[in-house]
Design a protein around this ligand. Sequence first.
Ligand SMILES: Nc1nc2c(ncn2[C@@H]2O[C@H](COP(=O)(O)OP(=O)(O)O)[C@@H](O)[C@H]2O)c(=O)[nH]1
Ligand SMILES: [Mg+2]
Length: 245
Amino acid sequence: MEEVNSLDDWRHCFQAEISDHSIRSEWQPKYTDGRDAQNRKGRAMGLTGIVLAGGLSRRLGRDKAIEAIGSEPLISRVIGRLSELTSETVVVVNNETRGEELPLPKNAKTVIDIYADSGSLGGIFTGLTAATNEWGFVAACDMPFLNAGLMRQMIALRPNYDAVVPVPDGYPEPTHALYSKACLPHIERRLKAGKLKIAGFFDDVRVRYVSADEIDRFDSEHLSFFNVNTPEDLSRALTLAHEGK
Ligand SMILES: Nc1nc2c(ncn2[C@@H]2O[C@H](COP(=O)(O)OP(=O)(O)O)[C@@H](O)[C@H]2O)c(=O)[nH]1
Ligand SMILES: [Mg+2]
């Protein structure tokens, strides 16, 4: 990214349409004089990256989070792309051993599911609870092709909503979405009732759905949502990574 010295330059830096003042003040300019490294990287201050990593990888038959995609484990790739845009990383696992085994950067916070066996909805609840920021960008640990342009756009869409959820093909992608802590009581109510479908609580909060057309502007192939579940998915991911995706 080029050096930025003025607000105008800075706005050109991001493809996101920044129309709301609160967002404008939250994104920080990239200084040339060595101020705060996080700001220079263009991260959204006040945003936590939440990586869901408590799954069983049943269909792959082995732990997909540590499969090498290109030069790094899948989960490292996910964390790397998320951390470009966030100021904190929380990895949600389902037990202590898994947290110790995963190759995580030192500054990542590992947390264990508060509600055991509650799937990805439970993971979102735990990650959002542990986040020190009001908002979390949730991603599954098996999504190798997170797209910075789309994520920035989603981040810019937060004002006046409690969640930002893409809908690429008629169905929401709730494990590639932004949630604010305002969602927590609604999620918890459903967890306590054993209702684990993530989208089940969407009617209780203000959701900004991101349409296929809006997604296409940044990620026409919708690779953002591609996730590695089967051996076939893994070989496709390797091919795509080899092509530089
Ligand atoms: N922390 C946590 N994460 C989970 C749990 N179940 C699934 N996940 C994660 O949530 C994401 C989506 O999970 P899901 O679609 O159910 O399973 P998949 O078949 O592994 O993609 C994956 O990154 C999983 O690792 C859980 O009980 N706890
Ligand atoms: Mg998956």
